[in-house]
Design a protein. Structure first.
Length: 560
């Protein structure tokens, strides 16, 4: 455990530390990156598991500590490095997205994968040698017992390769039909479904609804930021005019009120002072003597005995100036737009329509040489995230797949292993997508990240199985499953545990991310450990039948 866990713990810590430095400058965590520690641990521990599995196997055969370390390092270097690079590329594909939260997710995750591999190969061997110290004695029988479970799977695959391959082909066909139905209906546009489970009972949703009913508007406004107080007043008047003239429009139905600092500071203070002075002048001593004492006291209280002082921002309570005061203390350049309480604002298309309408108003010309106003707040942020998911999501997924494909090509070159490894990955991801659709899991701006990541992590299992299959040139499917299947299964289990940490999250968006990622782990594992060996075995039997030529052994193939 120390030999496996300590290096990856150091790598995870270093990933967050390096991400905070230039040129990355990720100084704060958010809802996208806060849980990356558990994911880096769950994925990064795979390299140590594969390396240690080879070491223990060699030691049980009677190899010395030094020879066993040499075999484990040399035999796993390429396969694990390829897996690390594929995973890092999958994370790094998110850097191409416009949304900063996804980019930071890709930066930290990519660094974590590379550092986990480096820490495992630098720190793992001396830890293993120190902790072993000759205690691990040769025991071939224990090695056989160790592979009992995977041995059973190997025997099952060896006996029924045709049935397994045909079943996999049928399931893949059905998955393709299911994926053919993918459309806008599979995208999550109801953002209220991504909140905490208990929000409508005891959380913000429950109490926020009561507060909205009391105030008649949302407490938090969307803000138009301008460069001049006159610009702010012009835009505010344009909004008010549109609301009055077009009450059924997007802005008319979704805006409860518009506020600027002018609503709190009367613009006609000088005229009011003049009017008060004129009234006071008319209150001659004779008029005052005819007033009842109570009325006279009231007149003096309202009009005063001197000219009324001017009313400035210093006289306005700070609570009313919230959102209107700039950092430098200036006032007047912000327009607060308070949305009307409605479930419509939780719908993605309606929110985007609201934000687009506000941005059209903000883009209207105001003053000479002034910039267009900027729209800020929760709705614009969410609308931009949804747009980023629709625009950049497919691009990130394609970049992840291309990056993984290039990693496999570098590892296996253009040999016959490449289509088998990539085919296993495609089958696993297709099953993942189809299962998610059948379970009614809609794609949202949180869980869609699981798909490009699955490309990099899922290919790891097929790479290790194929590498072990090619290692010694014997092309023994049973030995590949027995020797690598256990380590691959344990790698998948640790990754599943890392993702499963999100299944306890009360936020339903994070829960759906964990669930989709776990589905991808399971489907890619089955495709690599069961389906891929079955296809390899069928191909091997066909190639060795009389009248056919056996495939040339790839001597330089890497090993898991």
């Amino acid at each position: 455990m120390p030999a496996i866990v300590l290096p990856v713990l150091l790598a995870a810590t270093a990933a967050f530390a390096l991400a905070s430095l230039p040129p990355f400058n990720v100084r704060e965590l958010n809802s996208n990156t806060a849980f990356l520690g558990s994911i880096i641990l769950g994925n990064g521990i795979n390299f140590g598991i594969v390396q240690l599995a080879r070491y223990v196997e060699a030691r049980r055969r009677g190899e010395s500590i030094e020879d066993a370390l040499t075999l484990s390092l040399w035999g796993t270097r390429i396969g694990t490095l390829s897996a690390a690079l594929a995973a890092a590329v999958s994370y790094a594909s998110l850097v191409a997205m416009e949304f900063r939260g996804f980019r930071q997710f890709g930066i930290i995750g990519g660094l974590g994968m590379v550092l986990a591999w480096a820490a495992t190969f630098v720190l793992g061997p001396p830890l293993v040698a120190w902790l072993d110290g000759g205690r691990l004695q040769p025991n071939p029988d224990e090695d056989v017992k160790h592979h009992r479970f995977m041995g059973a799977i190997a025997r099952w695959v060896t006996v029924h390769p045709k049935s397994i391959a045909l079943s996999a082909l049928l399931v893949t066909g059905l998955a393709g039909l299911e994926l053919g139905r993918f459309g806008h209906a599979q995208l999550e546009y109801d953002l209220s479904r991504l909140r905490r489970r208990d929000t409508w009972k005891i959380g913000e949703g429950h109490w926020g609804a009561k507060m909205d009913q009391l105030l008649g508007r949302y407490l938090t406004p969307t803000v138009l930021l301008t460069d001049d107080a006159e610009d702010a007043e012009k835009l505010a008047n344009i909004l008010r005019l549109q609301i009055r003239q077009e009450p059924q429009s997007t802005l008319g139905t979704m805006i409860a009120s518009v506020r600027t600092v002018a609503d709190l500071l009367p613009s006609d203070q000088s005229e009011r002072a003049a009017e008060v002075a004129q009234i006071r002048k008319k209150l001659t001593p004779r008029v005052r003597s005819n007033l009842a004492p109570s009325d006279l006291a009231r007149v003096d209280r309202l009009l005063g005995v001197k000219a009324p002082p001017g009313f400035s921002a210093a006289d306005v309570p700070d609570v009313l100036l919230t959102g209107l005061r700039e950092r430098d203390g200036s006032l007047g350049k912000a327009v607060l737009v308070f949305p009307r309480p409605s479930s419509t604002l939780w719908q993605g298309p309606a929110m985007r329509s609201f934000v687009e309408s506000l941005r059209k108003v903000a883009a209207l010309p105001t003053g000479w040489g002034h910039r267009a106003a900027r729209v800020a707040g929760g709705p614009p942020l969410t609308a931009d995230i949804l747009s980023s998911m629709g625009h950049d999501g497919p691009r990130a997924s394609l970049a992840a797949f291309v990056g993984v494909m290039l990693s496999v090509l570098v590892l296996f070159r253009l040999g016959f292993a490449t289509p088998f490894v990539l085919g296993s990955l495609v089958v696993g991801v297709a099953w993942q997508g189809a299962l998610a659709m059948r379970l009614g899991i809609r794609i949202n701006f949180i869980n869609f990240v699981a798909f490009p990541i699955t490309f990099g992590i899922g290919v790891d299992y097929a790479v290790n199985v194929m590498g072990r299959y090619l290692r010694d040139g014997k092309r023994d499917v049973t030995d590949a499953i027995r020797g690598t299947g256990g380590a691959v299964g344990l790698c998948s289990l640790t990754t599943i545990i890392g993702y499963s940490s999100l299944l306890v999250a009360k936020n339903r968006g994070l829960f759906s991310f964990g669930l989709v990622a776990v589905l991808g782990e399971l489907t890619c594992l089955v495709a690599a450990v069961v389906v891929l060996p079955s296809v390899l075995l069928l191909r091997q039997r066909v190639s060795t039948t009389p009248g056919t030529t056996n495939v040339k052994t790839v001597e330089s193939a890497p090993s898991a």
